[in-house]
Design a protein around this ligand. Structure first.
Ligand SMILES: *Cc1c(COP(=O)(O)O)cnc(C)c1O
Length: 826
């Protein structure tokens, strides 16, 4: 394959360049040098993007020093490496993260200031790298940063999509999807590694070939070939503790093959093949929690899995020379089932390429792999038609069959009944045979983890109930976390300063020290300062709302915020229906003292998800009526901010008073948005779902507002198939809301627009919007009461920040490193 073994061992004591100085004067000179010699611009004509590139290149040099050191250290000490395979990395902007983690914020600001360039303006110019849909991709990004911060030797492996998640614009309140173009001005962070290219095959046939020793090896002859080329981005940890690598693969045609066809006169065919190869990494599928199901998606999954595994085995052999030590030196984490085909591909590499026998290859594979499950929704569990796999990946499908036969045999030996055996089979025989990727990932891994305590228990009871019986030691929990660097220190510098003044700056290195703030929660002066910081953040958000949505809001109002992917289970519908209830109440009782509220929504809907797009339109329709009704007297505002992404989250979250985490119980595996808000001193209104359950435990039930049905109750109602009609009839408030929306009060241009959406609440109410409505309204009135005594509110807000340290992704990664990977860390 494309990557030759080096002829000589690695030279460990090779010379390194002089580490660079970090003072403002040196930075100033280097930024000017980069602008001139790397960007090729005279400062007189340089635009902000040119300054941005020059600044990134200057910072990058500092990162490289540490990068080389980290890499050498891992080689020298023979430490185990962790490989995090994820089809998504929602990394966002990188410059502020890097500068802040290197502790160079002030020096860089001063250096740029001497050219009259404002660092904050440059930060805003950096494209937001949206190589993911939502929580799953952002988790991968937080994990990478944490692994660098606590010194886990790690690589993230994924795809370098030319177009990340689409840009969302509004047209008359409807979502419009526009292509995203993060690479338009080049990407100064990345290094293209033309030498790290691997051949990836598709299709063709499998031939048994007898070896000289009489054994038989299967040889796959793919019909199509293309290259996977590596692009590396350094990932800096806190205080530059370690720099790990995010290696993203890009698909390229194999030039000699094309040349042959070109020379034989088939110009068009050659160009078509080239375009087809490149198309694999062109675009991210915009589906969140739903399988895309397209052949191109399966090609993406295999493409990046195969390239990553070839790279991992190559690196291992280069350093250790034998395969037997693989599980001691390599841990591969599968982020959901997207890379699950890796199980079969690793078996192919070990057997067909490296010549190992089945049993040995299987033992190594199980020792290396572990798998994180992210969803229980039956419709979200990934399966692929066997016929498609046989055509596209014939050898991997053979191996999957063989794995299945082995597992079923084991199950029979352990006395599992036949009815149970069908449930664990890798092949789903219902309605066209399909390979179940969750089952494949499970049987090929030594650890299968859920992402919150509740979700892990539900995994044992539902999707993996039978496999759990067969392998009771494999399922474990690793509750998600978020990196406190990006989600507190960088996005909320004013709060970080305030906390430092109160408890000292050490919490930045040891987040557990945040708890020291708890003792000051009742302190009136801290409360005032805390509220002052929040007020400043709300003013910034109010300005952004004016700029992006043209709506004036008062920073004195309660900022009530729901930002996340638009999905029926996340229940933005419940929230906007409650807004309508409030609207009705304000008009019916103008004499009452209403708490002024601003309800902010942001989030993208999958382009093919009709109901989600309709809910966005509903939010905008309701906003138009409420915001312009003089009877409301500005007491309620509804805002939809377009194009939700990491950067927007970083502005919105520090400005939130109230965080909406109101998914149907049992449907949100963990959530991580919930953690970011509470860390920044917002109170949560939420259901007993995902990590909310553990947040309640750690914050204390008095510091969070919980409402609604439990997962068990949801289960019972669904099992009994009870119609929600009686509930709706019994709640005048709910009936009024449904009637208003359903009859077109908010859509006078198309009165039937929301009729079927509202009818769904009567028919099945799958997401329990009607059933949880009254409890949700009551919880919101409780929030009003809390807000009315600002001393109570501020104390609760401080306690939220103080008690959130456990939800740092550093804690999560330590648990993975200790329990699953056996990897070093600090
Ligand atoms: C944190 C985050 C998410 C996940 O949010 P949930 O509320 O947990 O669904 C999604 N998108 C972005 C941009 C995020 O930063």
């Amino acid at each position: 394959m494309g990557c030759d073994m080096p002829q000589k061992p690695i030279v460990y004591d090779a010379p390194t360049p002089q580490p660079r100085a970090n003072d403002a004067e040196t930075l100033r000179n280097e930024i000017l040098e980069k602008l001139t010699y790397a960007v090729g611009k005279d400062p007189i004509v340089a635009r902000r993007t040119d300054w941005l590139t020059a600044t990134i290149l200057t910072i990058r040099d500092r990162i490289i020093d540490q990068w080389m050191e980290s890499t050498r250290d891992t080689w020298r000490t023979s430490q185990k490496r962790v490989y995090y395979l994820s089809l998504e990395f929602l990394i966002g902007r990188l410059m502020r993260d890097a500068v802040s983690n290197l502790g160079m914020m002030e020096q860089v600001r001063e250096a740029l200031g001497s050219f009259n360039v404002d660092l904050d303006e440059l930060i805003e110019r950096e494209p937001d790298a949206a190589l993911g849909n939502g929580g799953l991709g952002r988790l991968a990004a937080c994990f990478l940063e944490s692994m660098s911060s606590i010194k886990v030797p790690a690589y993230g492996y994924g795809i370098r999509y030319v177009h990340g998640l689409f840009r969302q614009e509004m047209s008359d309140g409807w979502q419009v999807e526009l292509p995203e173009d993060w690479l338009a001005h080049g990407n100064p962070w990345e290094f293209e590694r033309r030498e790290s290219a691997y051949e990836i095959g598709f299709g063709g046939s499998v031939e048994p070939v007898t070896q000289p020793d009489g054994s038989v090896r299967q040889v796959w002859h793919p019909a199509e070939h293309l290259n996977a080329v590596a692009f590396d981005t350094p990932v800096v940890g806190w205080r530059g503790a370690r720099v790990n690598t995010l290696r993203l693969w890009s698909a390229q045609p194999i030039d000699p093959l094309l040349l042959d066809r070109f020379n034989s006169g088939d110009h068009i065919g050659a160009l078509e093949e080239s375009a087809k190869a490149v198309s694999i990494t062109r675009v991210l599928y915009p589906a969140d929690s739903t399988p895309a199901g397209q052949e191109l998606r399966l090609r993406q999954e295999f493409f990046f899995s195969s390239a990553s595994l070839q790279d991992i085995v190559r690196r291992h052999l280069q350093q250790y020379g034998d395969l037997g030590s693989l599980p001691d030196k390599v841990a591969i984490q599968l982020n959901d089932t997207h890379p699950a085909i890796s199980i079969a591909e690793m078996m192919r590499i070990l057997m067909d390429v490296q010549g190992l026998a089945w049993n040995e290859a299987w033992k190594l594979t199980k020792g290396i792999f572990s798998y994180t499950n992210h969803t229980l929704l039956p419709e979200a569990l990934e399966t692929w038609p066997v016929a498609l796999l046989e055509r596209l990946l014939p050898r991997q499908m053979q191996i999957a069959y063989a794995i299945n036969a082995m597992v079923l045999e084991e199950a029979r030996e352990k006395g599992l009944e036949d009815s149970r055996i069908a449930a664990i089979s890798l092949i789903d025989e219902n309605g066209g045979r399909r390979l179940r990727m969750g089952q494949l990932a499970f049987v090929g891994s030594h650890s299968i983890n859920g992402v919150s305590a509740l979700h892990t228990e539900l995994m044992k009871q539902t999707v993996f109930a039978d496999l759990h019986k067969l392998y009771p030691d494999r399922i474990n929990n690793k509750t998600n976390g978020v990196t406190p660097r990006r989600w507190l220190m960088q996005c909320n510098p004013a709060l970080t300063r305030l906390i430092s003044e109160r408890i000292g700056p050490d919490f930045r290195d040891d987040i557990e020290q945040l708890i020291k703030l708890d003792a000051h929660a009742e302190d009136k002066s801290l409360q005032d300062q805390f509220a002052g910081v929040k007020r400043g953040n709300k003013e910034r958000l109010a300005a952004l709302i004016k700029e992006r949505a043209g709506i004036s809001v008062s920073p004195d109002a309660l900022f009530d915020i729901q930002i996340k992917r638009i999905h029926e289970y996340k229940r933005q519908l419940l929230n906007i229906m409650e807004a309508v209830a409030q609207y009705n109440m304000i008009r019916a009782h103008p004499e009452k003292r209403w708490v002024p509220r601003v309800k902010v929504f942001a989030g993208k809907a999958a382009p093919s998800y009709w109901n989600a797009k309709l809910i966005i339109k509903l939010i905008n329709d309701v906003a138009k009526v409420i915001n312009n009704d003089p009877a409301v007297r500005g007491l309620l505002k509804v805002v939809f901010l377009p194009n939700y992404n990491v950067s927007l989250a970083e502005t919105i979250i520090p400005a939130a008073d109230l965080s909406e985490q109101i998914s149907t119980a049992g449907m949100e595996a963990s959530g991580t948005g919930n953690m970011k808000f509470a860390l920044n001193g917002a109170l949560t209104i939420g259901t007993m779902d995902g990590a909310n359950v553990e947040m309640r435990e750690r914050l204390g039930p008095e510091n969070i507002v919980i409402f609604g049905m439990t997962a068990d109750e949801v289960d019972d109602v669904r099992a009994q198939n009870r119609a929600p009609r009686e509930m709706i009839e019994a709640s005048p408030t709910l009936r009024e809301v449904i009637e208003a929306i359903g009859s077109g009060v908010f859509s006078p241009d198309d009165r039937a627009r929301y009729r079927s959406l509202m009818d769904g609440l009567y028919d099945h109410d799958w997401f329990m919007v009607a059933r949880d409505f009254d409890a949700y309204c009551a919880a919101q009135r409780k929030v009003d009461t809390l807000w009315s005594d600002r001393t109570v509110w501020n104390a609760m807000a401080i306690r939220n920040t103080a008690r959130m340290a456990w939800f740092s992704s550093d804690r999560t990664i330590r648990e993975y490193a200790d329990d699953i990977w056996g990897a070093p860390h600090i």
